[in-house]
Ligand binder design. Structure first.
Ligand SMILES: Cc1cc2nc3c(=O)[nH]c(=O)nc-3n(C[C@H](O)[C@H](O)[C@H](O)COP(=O)(O)O)c2cc1C
Length: 339
């Protein structure tokens, strides 16, 4: 019986165009995350140059860990077993601690080239891909996979999971929806439990975990102790910390602007270091939008920032917000206590 205090790993989901080196750094420093996975690296029929791996996973230059010390797995997406195998060998050589294979991406361009979720109609090909990658990388480097329940329906979910297992993968993350179901709630966590009755490798449950309650229901219904958090964690960056604190019987941190504003500032400054002004603004507003969804209570306070269209103005407002929050917090802390 899985309860709220049953320990389990928390993985930060790969999210192309969203969870890059900047957000991985931030979210792992905020705490509670055990593992990250890169955005997918698309493999066609060539061996990608080293610089592609370093661009998608700069952490390879620091032991494949974020600054907080959290390991970063490298995810490959493609449909050609040989090309994937060669690229996996290269990624492993550059220091990837784990090679993860993507069988879930719903993007049209990717699916048109038989990559991502499109492969879910062909368990034999999935088997060939995993087997080729497994054979290509050193035995000490685990090969893992991430799949959806299916393309149009769930009729091949057992076959796909078994194909992945029998080809030598050591862990399987399941996003509990088909491709057609996209990202619409609900996620069918109970289907993961059915798959778990057919395979022996550890399964990681994924999809639609936004709150502590979702996390509990997801683990109970899926039978998985390990959970991968996607949009829920980006929208509520302290969710992993809350889950962890509760498992350890510690006080659960409450979301507040005081807690958030230094991180917003850190994110903005990391964006400025890596990107042009306009991209930095776009990335910051993308995260702000998700934060407003995750914590509606902060929506009013973040609204002005969201309206800002000039990068300079955005930076100034962010600094003001952070300073006034720090001053307010200082005032609260220096009030004599009633006792
Ligand atoms: C913007 C975006 C980009 C994504 N990119 C990837 C990716 O590169 N690789 C992958 O395996 N899944 C990708 N996913 C799927 C997520 O990893 C995850 O399976 C999905 O969001 C469901 O989890 P959630 O409901 O917790 O967000 C992406 C999802 C989103 C929303």
């Amino acid at each position: 019986m899985i309860t709220a205090s049953t320990p389990g790993r928390l993985m930060l989901a790969p999210m192309e165009g969203l969870v890059d080196v900047i957000l991985r750094d931030l979210l792992t420093r905020m705490g509670g995350v055990d593992t990250c996975v890169t955005e997918f690296i698309r493999v066609t029929d060539t061996l990608l140059p080293n610089r592609t791996y370093y661009r998608m996973c700069p952490e390879l230059l620091q032991g494949a860990r974020t600054a907080a010390g959290v390991p970063v797995w490298v995810q490959l997406l493609g449909s050609d077993p040989e090309a994937l195998a060669r690229n996996a060998r290269r990624a492993a050589k550059l220091g990837a601690p784990v090679i993860d294979l993507n069988f879930g991406c719903p993007a049209k361009t990717v699916n048109r080239h038989c990559g991502g979720a499109a492969l879910l109609v062909d368990p034999e090909r999935i088997h060939r891909i995993v087997a080729a990658v497994r054979a290509a990388v050193p035995p000490q480097i685990p090969v893992t996979a991430k799949m959806r329940l299916g393309l149009q329906d769930r009729s091949l979910m057992f076959d796909n999971a078994s194909a992945i297992e029998s080809a030598g993968a050591s862990l399987l993350t399941i996003h509990a929806r088909t491709k057609v179901e996209g990202y619409r709630p609900p996620a069918y966590w109970e289907e993961i439990a059915r798959i778990g009755e057919r395979v022996q490798i550890p399964l990681v449950a994924n999809g639609e975990v936004w709150t502590l309650e979702d996390y509990d229901r997801c683990r109970q219904q899926s039978g998985c102790v390990d959970v991968m958090l996607g949009r829920g964690l980006v929208s509520q960056p302290w969710l992993a910390l809350q889950i962890r604190a509760r498992q350890q019987g510690l006080p659960i941190p409450e979301p507040s602007l005081a807690l958030l504003s230094p991180w917003l500032l850190a994110f903005w400054s990391r964006c400025l270091n890596h990107l042009s002004f306009n991209f930095a603004l776009g990335r910051s507003k993308q995260w702000l939008k998700m934060l407003c969804r995750g914590v509606p209570a902060l929506q009013a306070e973040l609204a002005e920032l969201q309206r800002e269209t000039c990068p300079m103005g955005f930076g100034q407002r962010l600094l003001q917000l952070s300073d006034s929050e720090a001053a307010r917090q200082h005032q609260v802390d220096s009030q004599p206590s009633a006792a």
